[in-house]
Design a protein around this ligand. Structure first.
Ligand code: AMP
Length: 217
């Protein structure tokens, strides 16, 4: 199965992608996680994207597309789940061109929908493992030991871009960019919606049902 996960920040893309990896053994690539790792290493790429990421602004299309296409072509997978990419119509077109060259077309774009109040609640309490990227929540999805990841024992931290002003900016940017992005996949008859309300397990079950229905897994 080759899919992209779409949806506003806080919709659950990262958590669903991680469950696709652990339960369905599907490789996943997350642009946000790649950028945060490069920033922690202070690599040239990390330094270029740092201000955009901490400010909650989108990294320019040409740069994001180059990074992701390089990752996809340097080690082509027959199956993958992309999380956080594409985020604009330009990125989606760049991805399609690269996948055509690899003869690995996408099966679909899965859009996880959520009301905005829920997104703000999720993002404002979010804790992320700095080692494996697993997500927790300070009120609704606490780790067994405070500050420690249940899966890999890595340290949990609040992302710098999960501050309330930055959350609002990210949601506003998403409202602007997602319309043409969704229209792009709709035109290709490749857009599928999954209800993102409720616990992440429930959202994953809904997504998995869609994958089965479509014959992708
Ligand atoms: P995420 O972890 O998906 O919420 O991404 C965190 C941040 O990384 C975003 O707020 C952007 O600054 C940057 N980013 C991630 N994916 C993209 C993308 N596809 N296009 C542009 N910027 C991105």
């Amino acid at each position: 199965m080759r899919i992209v996960l779409l949806g506003p920040p806080g919709a659950g893309k990262g958590s669903v992608a991680l469950l696709c990896k652990t339960r369905l053994r599907l490789p996943h690539l997350s642009t946000g996680q790649i950028f945060r790792e490069e920033m922690a290493k202070r690599s040239p790429l990390g330094r270029r994207v740092g201000a955009y990421v901490t400010g909650g602004r989108l990294v320019p299309d040409a740069l994001v597309t180059r990074v992701m296409v390089n990752r996809l072509t340097s080690k082509p997978h027959r199956a993958f789940v992309l999380d956080g990419f594409p985020r604009t119509q330009g990125q989606a077109a760049g991805l399609d061109r690269a996948l055509e060259r690899l003869r690995l077309p996408l099966h679909g774009a899965v859009y996880i929908t959520s009301p905005e109040a829920l997104l703000v609640r999720r993002l404002s309490g979010r804790l992320v493992c700095s080692t494996c990227g697993a997500n927790y929540h300070a009120r609704t999805m606490r780790p067994k030991r405070p500050g420690v990841c249940d899966r890999c024992h890595g340290a949990l931290a609040t992302r710098k871009d999960d501050r309330i002003e930055t959350i609002r900016r990210r949601l506003a940017i998403d409202r602007r960019t997602s319309k043409p992005l969704l229209a792009y996949y709709q035109r290709r008859k490749a857009l599928y919606r999954v209800d993102g309300r409720g616990r992440i397990e429930t959202v994953f079950v809904r997504a998995r049902r869609l994958f089965h229905r479509q014959g992708w897994i």
